[in-house]
Design a protein around this ligand. Structure first.
Ligand SMILES: Nc1ncnc2c1ncn2[C@@H]1O[C@H](COP(=O)(O)OP(=O)(O)OP(=O)(O)O)[C@@H](O)[C@H]1O
Ligand SMILES: [Mg+2]
Length: 395
């Protein structure tokens, strides 16, 4: 699939933007703080219903405005067009798919698939477990809408349970009822994580072998906080084990004032030839493993949905050496790429021949074909039209 058009109103530093993309390669060029990442953030928003850099939706509203709006038109692999619109006000978020209002913003999932790749992702291997869990949650949310619902329910109960644990004279009856709910919402998370891990482990191992020319072998292991049930064991199910673990850790939870066991404490272990690369890997090994993980995501989405996801590469090209850059570009096939960079290096230019280049300067955009043959303005500013669009969405 690919994104044909993006329309922004009052989004971050864009008053208004209408932009047409290339089906394959889109290079977004500009100095720092001009609005390059803002464009990727807008695309991501139409895929996942939230930003990749803030959990506060209202931060995306342009300074001084009351609403923002993002719209995309995309084409699926079967040639069908789809339009997604999201509007955000200070306290509300509304989404439309092909003009039909969605009940929840997560209802837009499973329309547009994106994989984002930032310098932060390159550090995923050595960062704290929370970053790896976030990777996991984001990817599974795209593939499975119900995961996103269970995740927010789980987080709500976890928050309530932790609030209870912070107090004195704990109501044990209430604690037990939170345990029931933690297990109820946590079990589907464990189940989906097992499924995703198995795929990601297999695919990233093979990508990693390709990148390293079979010199190294990457192994990914799921390190669940709640031990996994033996397959087919009906007498001690995953549910039984989850309850047992909460029971065992209850006194520690009370003493430490937080919930010490559960999917919110899971991790992934990455090792090469049985050496844990989080602690012992070289920077190169850690980056190659991160690249393999990201490319595995692209493949998993393609396998599971039949659609090639859109790849957003934010500032990441300059962090990869030329070998890894070429591997990535060559292995992507028909994936639509969005690449932000402050400088168009000769090397990058060669890899991206034939695409479109957008020069960004303070939230204004000019686009031209990568070969420089045409140079058309892609921006217009029409406050009246913005107002009408927003009124339509919030009606
Ligand atoms: N809600 C907002 N309203 C208006 N402007 C905003 C808002 N949020 C961020 N900005 C502006 O957007 C700009 C940053 O945009 P962005 O992060 O896309 O930059 P960038 O081109 O990717 O820069 P870099 O190369 O440093 O990554 C800053 O000038 C910031 O002040
Ligand atoms: Mg940026």
């Amino acid at each position: 699939m690919y994104i044909k058009e993006l329309h922004l109103d009052n989004f971050r530093n864009y008053d208004h933007l209408d932009i047409n993309f290339d089906p394959k390669i889109n290079l977004i060029l500009g100095n720092n703080a001009q609005g390059k990442t803002n464009i990727l953030e807008a695309i991501y928003l139409t895929s996942c219903g939230k930003s990749f850099r803030t959990s506060k939706d209202s931060e995306m509203i342009g300074f001084g405005a009351n609403f923002c709006r993002v719209g995309v038109k995309a084409e699926k692999s079967n040639g069908k067009e789809i339009k997604i619109e999201i509007a955000i006000s200070k306290d509300k978020k509304a989404a439309n798919v092909d003009g039909i209002p969605m009940k929840k913003s997560t209802d837009i999932l499973k329309n547009i698939y994106v994989v984002s790749f930032t310098p932060e992702d390159l550090r995923i291997v050595k960062d704290e477990p929370e970053k790896r869990r976030r990777f996991l949650n984001r990817e599974i949310c795209q593939l499975k809408g119900s995961y996103s619902t269970y995740l927010s329910l789980y987080r709500r109960v976890l928050h309530e349970r932790n609030t209870l644990l912070k107090g004195n004279n704990i109501d044990r009856g209430l604690l037990a009822s939170y345990d029931e709910e933690l297990v109820k919402y946590g079990l589907p998370l464990i189940k989906e994580r097992i499924f995703f891990y198995e795929k990601v482990a297999k695919i990233s191992k093979s990508i990693h072998e390709d990148i390293t020319g079979n010199k190294e072998s990457l192994k990914i292991t799921y390190e669940p906080s709640i031990p996994l049930a033996e397959e087919g064991n009906k007498t001690r199910t995953q549910k039984d084990i989850f309850f047992e673990e909460l029971e065992k850790s209850r006194e520690a939870d009370i003493r430490l004032h937080h919930t010490t066991k559960g999917p919110h404490k899971d991790d992934i272990k990455l090792s090469i030839d049985n050496v844990d690369i989080r602690h012992y890997g070289s920077q190169g090994q850690q980056r190659t493993a991160a690249l393999a993980l990201k490319l595995a995501e692209v493949r998993i989405i393609r396998d599971e949905t039949g659609e090639s996801p859109i790849l957003l590469l934010d500032d990441v090209m300059s962090e990869l050496d030329s070998e890894r850059q070429s591997y990535m570009i060559d292995s992507l096939g028909s994936v639509q790429l969005f690449v932000t960079t402050t400088e168009l290096y000769e090397k990058v230019k060669d890899s991206f021949k034939g695409g479109k280049v957008f020069n960004i300067s303070s939230g204004a955009t000019k686009a031209k074909e990568a070969d420089g043959s045409s140079n058309k303005e892609e921006i217009s500013n029409n406050k009246e039209r913005i107002k009408k669009n927003l009124e339509k969405i919030f009606k």
